[in-house]
Design a binder for this molecule. Structure first.
Ligand code: E4P
Length: 218
């Protein structure tokens, strides 16, 4: 399973990259705003800065809601850097734009996916990635992981190449369970990724090894 970090924070992206397990980055307009990145030129420059920090795909979301606007904005984003993936909302216009970019060989990520039917449409349109938001489904007492299972089954039935990018991941068990189900990618915060490192028996065992080594090597 590929690991993407879901942030526009350059320090956190650097930290995840340094760990050696990072395969890409996802951003969205809210994450950009959180970092105080506003204005077209600053936003475009920030995407290039992110691409220069990591080796893999970097999802950059269009803000237009109409088809022509999505195509124009998406082309501008794709021209920025070869690592850019054009992120499009799961709307009629977004699906049409996904088909447009897929026909041109430009990678896409269809976002804000909350049902298996939406994921099926994104795959039919040739999206590179589909982003079901599991955390936001869990937030409203719905089973986010069950949606990943449904999409996995549908994509496997027909051999769709669209990659399931489990998004809105909030914690370590989301990551582990997505891996068990067979999500192709997960995108989550740095805390969820580094949380995978933690186990008290590792800490206790290491403290014992250090103590025993020091006893024997005084
Ligand atoms: C996906 O690409 C989104 O940026 C993201 O995962 C949304 O997560 P949230 O529900 O924690 O905002």
């Amino acid at each position: 399973m590929k690991f993407f970090i879901d942030t526009a924070n350059l320090a956190q992206i650097k930290e995840a990259q340094a760990l050696g397990v990072l395969d890409g980055v996802t951003t969205n307009p809210s994450l950009m705003a959180k970092e105080g990145i506003t204005g077209k030129n600053n936003i475009l420059k920030h995407y290039v800065d992110i691409c220069n920090l990591v080796d893999g795909d970097v999802s950059a979301e269009v803000n237009a809601l109409d088809y022509e606007g999505m195509v124009k904005e998406g082309e501008e984003l794709a021209d920025l850097h070869e690592q850019i993936v054009v992120k499009l909302p799961m709307t009629k216009e977004g699906v049409m734009a996904a088909k447009y970019f897929s026909d041109k060989g430009i990678k896409t990520n269809v976002t804000l996916v909350f049902s298996a039917g939406q994921a099926l449409l994104a795959a039919k349109a040739g999206a590179t990635y589909v982003s079901p938001f599991i955390g936001r489904l869990d937030d409203i007492s719905t089973d986010g992981l069950a949606l990943i299972e449904e999409i996995r089954e549908i994509y496997d039935n027909y051999g769709y190449e669209t990659q399931i990018l489990a998004a809105s991941v909030r914690h370590t068990m989301h990551i582990v369970n997505c891996a068990k189900i067979g999500a192709d990618v997960m995108t989550g915060p740095l805390s969820a990724i580094t949380g995978l490192l933690k186990h008290p028996l590792t800490d206790i065992g290491l403290a014992q090894f250090v103590a025993d080594f020091e006893k024997g090597n005084k």
